[in-house]
Each structure stands twice: as C-alpha cells, then as structure tokens.
Design a protein around this ligand. Structure first.
Ligand code: AHR
Length: 328
C-alpha cells in the first residue's frame, strides 16, 4: 500500500530537481549572454610571440568572464578586414585587433564608429589622419625597442679596439608594419651618431623563422666575413638566422654579434649560452589590459589613449641568473 505513494513522492522530487536545474541553467545562459562580447582579430601565427599573444587574450577573456569572438587572419590584411566587418555585423560590444600593416584601416574603422562600436588597437599601430577612429592603443613602444638595440651596440663597440668598424645587417619584420618601421627608425637614429657603425644591408624576413634563415643565407653569400652584426627584428627570424650561420660555419655571438627583439624564453636561453648578445623585450602579455579597457569602454568610463608596456633589454653584460621564466 505504501509503495505507490513512495513512488509518487520520488517522481515529484525528480520533477522538481529537473525544473530547478533547468532554471539555473537558463539563468546561467542568460548571464552569459549578458556578458561583454569582444571581437578580436589576430593577424596570424607567424612567431612564438604571436602565439603567446593569442593565448594571453584567450586566457584573460576567460578569467574576466568576457565572451570572445576570435578570428585569425593568417597574415592577410584582407582577411582581417573581413573579420572586422563580421564583428560589426554581429554587433559586438567592443572590437580589438592587431593590424598587420599600418595603412588601409580608415574605412573599416569609420564603419565601426558609425555602428557605435569602440575599437582597441592592440600590439601594432595604424596610420590614420583621423585619430578619433579608434579609442585606445595598447602595446609596445617599438621606437624605444630600436633605441635599446642601438644603445646595446654602442656599448658593445666601446669594449672593442678603437679601430673597430661594425657592419650591420638588419633583418626586418613585415614590410609596412609598425614594429618594422619603428624598430628600424629607433635603431638607425641611435647608431647614426657613431661613424664606426655601418648599416650594410636591410632585408625583410617577415617575422618568420624560415624567411629569416633564407635571408641570412643570402646575406652570407653576398657579404661573407664583412657581416659583423645581425639586428633581427624578432626572435623567430633570429632562430632561422642561427641555423644559417651554422651552415656557413659562423659562430653566432662570437663571429657575428646577434641582437634580437621579443624576449621569448628560447632567446633568453640562447643569450645565457652566449649564442646571442642582446635581446630587447617586447611583451605579448596584453590580454589583461585589453579586457580592462574593453570593460571601461563598455561602461563609458574614461580610458587612456595610449597604454605602453614597460620593457627592458637583456644583454650579455647583465646578470640574468635571477630572471623569472618568460612565459612565452
Ligand atoms: O608586433 C609584434 C611583433 O610581431 C613581434 O616582435 C613579432 O615576433 C611578431 O610577429
């Protein structure tokens, strides 16, 4: 007699539990839908730096409870433009993107402004006459990075015999990109006052290992032992360059002075081994700053127009024994 009653009780309990779980799930979904939606266009995956940058954005979005629409343009400006237009069509709350080159963004930025979507320029910069087309730039001071590379070289020269002349090959990043243009300008402005530093050649390796290797092979064929210094605009190209030096029996760090930019763990390890002489830091860890700025923009709070990361140079003259793991 008691069994059917007990069964009915169990059924009611089960239905109640299902209803409650359903409600909380629905509430969770609604809460999620309410979360800030950020459209992020990454320019590609050309280097360890870039992969670290994407990871930093993904992890920071997750930690901040921000919904992320991430598109990777695989080194194509056209694909970046398409991604930005899709974010506008989707009515995201905020757009962030790392522009592959400086030029060619005005039209799409105007479209974002007309749609009322604030834009964060991350890492690289854009060249525009209308500065009101974006809200904030957050990233590195690429000009200062070039200056730090040049200052290291002047210091190194001061330790060498006075008759020394140093012939530099510059291995640049993607043509028309802000780090390529500004690192080059900072370096050249700094070494210009020293007639014993001579820029022998400048060649673009597109920020990639394979192209860095090809370019350095070409430069070694062209200049042989005249080649005294390599200024590589990033670590990835420098890794390729070291392979090329190996093929030609050149000992990096000794026969050729090696300067690089980024500060990936692998580059710091090579610096500690004496195969690299100087690594200028450029941090890809921009995720947290982007999320904070995106929140402030959505809430209509005032934001700083230019947010620079604080960076330094690591050189053969420094004690690096206490340096914390780089994380990228
Ligand atoms: O824009 C930053 C540069 O882009 C980094 O130095 C390089 O590694 C990356 O590809």
């Amino acid at each position: 007699m008691r069994k059917p009653l007990f069964r009915a009780f169990l059924t009611v309990l089960l239905l109640l539990t299902l209803a409650l779980t359903g409600c909380s799930r629905q509430a969770e979904e609604e809460k999620k839908d309410d979360a800030l939606l950020l459209g992020f266009s990454q320019l590609g995956s050309e280097s360890g730096w870039r992969i670290g940058n994407t990871k930093s954005v993904q992890e920071a979005a997750e930690a901040a409870g921000i919904r992320l629409m991430l598109e990777n343009a695989n080194q194509s400006q056209e694909k970046q433009l398409t991604a930005l237009r899709s974010f506008i069509a989707y009515r995201v709350d905020v757009i962030a993107f790392s522009p592959i080159v400086q030029e060619g963004w005005d039209n799409v930025l105007r479209e974002a402004r007309e749609a009322g979507i604030p834009v964060i320029i991350e890492d690289r910069t854009v060249d525009t006459k209308d500065e009101s087309l974006y809200a904030v730039h957050v990233g590195s001071d690429f000009y200062s990075e070039g200056v730090m590379a040049g200052e290291y070289l002047l210091k190194k020269l001061s330790t060498l015999p006075p008759e020394t002349v140093l012939n530099v090959v510059e291995l640049t990043g993607t043509q028309g990109s802000s780090p390529m243009l500004l690192r080059s300008a900072g370096f050249r402005d700094t070494v210009a006052k020293e007639p014993r530093v001579h820029i022998l050649d400048s060649i673009s390796g597109d920020f990639m290992i394979s192209k860095g290797k090809e370019c350095v092979r070409l430069m070694l064929e062209k200049y042989g032992t005249e080649f005294d210094v390599l200024f590589s605009h990033n670590d990835a190209m420098m890794y390729g360059a070291l392979d090329a030096f190996g093929e030609y029996g050149v000992i990096p760090g000794r026969d050729v002075i090696i300067i690089s930019v980024d500060g990936e763990q692998q580059a710091i390890d090579l610096l500690k081994e004496g195969k690299v002489n100087c690594v200028v830091e450029c941090t890809p860890m921009l995720g947290e700053a982007i999320m904070q700025i995106a929140r402030d923009l959505k809430d209509g709070k005032p934001v700083e127009r230019e947010v620079y990361s604080s960076e330094r140079a690591f050189t053969e003259f420094d004690d690096l024994s206490q340096l914390a793991p780089r994380g990228y």
